[in-house]
Design a protein around this ligand. Structure first.
Ligand code: PEP
Ligand code: MG
Length: 332
């Protein structure tokens, strides 16, 4: 097993017919960096910065955030790091932010549909500007991309871009070391409405990251944390797959990169289908990467695309699962 892992670390994620698939890791804390190197990750596809705010009493100031981000960016040795701006609310609580936010988010009538992700950032410019300043300063140490969670409207992308530009100019006036250019600004596609308006969002975004955990939850109205409905939580539901497909196609039309960073990205069972739908970049927790890479290297993209077309004609998640397993069973 050790041998298999070290062999896989050093080979590229290329399909049998020669297509390169970007295989990145999801990261929460700098201590996850070791795992990223052990599996030979090409970059960080999702840095969940909210973990820096969780499980503590006082919120981190700009310098602490900057040091945290710098540690991750330097730790990745020039490989790109996708920094997602804070995504609290819903199932992720950060009491440390209560003072800045004012009202407790968990008391919202429906936290999953309330002030979450980018909505929180845009409602609290001081909080957002502090994080953006830390991100832009850290960007002087290596390539980064900025990712916005829970986007549902184009206006949110515009507002966030204005904030990034404003903070960049302010730091520049103060002669703070910065990257020469603004980092790419991308959006999470994790709300069905965002997926359905992927064309419009693609026109104003530099990249997409599809968050299939939330996308599945919001599409099927199944709380991802509620065990009583867990059996209905099904990313292979044709509605979820169509939203993924729609988003990937919009990304291709607008020539922006599209990655998937939900749990299914780290499940080799889904790999042939996601690649067949046109996805060329996946991001997952580090321990999942070797098996996904192995699967990528065992399949032909041409054949996966053909299979995906058959699968997308199906109406039933169970049948879709059977067709997928049948395809996998016949891989070399
Ligand atoms: C997702 O929703 O799929 C995602 C990657 O974001 P998170 O799991 O952090 O909500
Ligand atoms: Mg999410």
């Amino acid at each position: 097993e050790r041998k298999r892992l070290s062999r896989l670390r050093d080979v590229p994620g290329v399909t049998l017919d020669g297509f390169t698939i970007g295989l990145n890791v999801n990261l929460e804390l700098p201590r996850d960096l070791d795992g990223a190197h052990t599996v030979g990750a090409e970059g960080v596809g999702l840095l969940r910065t909210e973990f820096l705010y969780m499980n503590r009493d006082a919120a981190p100031d700009e310098d602490e955030q900057y040091e945290f981000l710098r540690a991750v960016i330097e730790g990745m040795d020039g490989r790109p790091v996708t920094v997602r701006t804070i995504d609290v609310g819903g199932d992720k609580l950060a009491p440390a932010l209560r003072e800045q936010i004012g009202e407790p988010l968990e008391e919202s009538p429906n936290p999953a549909l309330g002030v979450r992700g980018v909505r929180l950032s845009l409602a609290h410019p001081r909080l957002f500007d502090t994080q953006l300043a830390a991100i832009l300063r850290a960007a002087a140490h290596g390539p980064i991309r900025i990712l916005l969670p829970m986007i549902s409207q184009i206006s949110e992308v515009h507002a966030a871009r204005e904030a990034v530009e404003r903070v960049y100019k302010r730091l520049k006036r103060r002669k703070v070391p910065l990257p020469e250019k603004l980092p790419p600004l991308g959006v999470m596609i994790e709300v069905p409405g965002a997926a359905l308006s992927a064309d419009g969002l693609a026109a104003v975004s530099d990249f997409f990251a599809i968050g299939t955990n939330d996308l599945t939850m919001y599409t099927l109205a199944i709380d991802r944390g509620d065990e009583r409905v867990a059996a209905l939580y099904e990313p292979l539901h044709p509605a979820v797959l169509r939203l993924i497909q729609f988003t990937v196609e919009a990304g291709l039309r607008y020539r922006i990169p599209v990655s998937i960073c939900g749990e299914i990205a780290g499940d080799p069972r889904f790999t042939p289908l996601l690649l067949g739908l046109g996805v060329r970049e996946l991001s997952m927790s580090a321990p999942k990467l070797p098996s996904v890479k192995e699967r990528v290297r065992a399949l032909s993209l041409t054949e996966a695309s053909r299979r995906a077309r058959t699968i997308m004609d199906q109406a039933d998640a169970k049948r879709i699962g059977e067709l997928l397993d049948d395809f996998i069973a016949n891989l070399g």
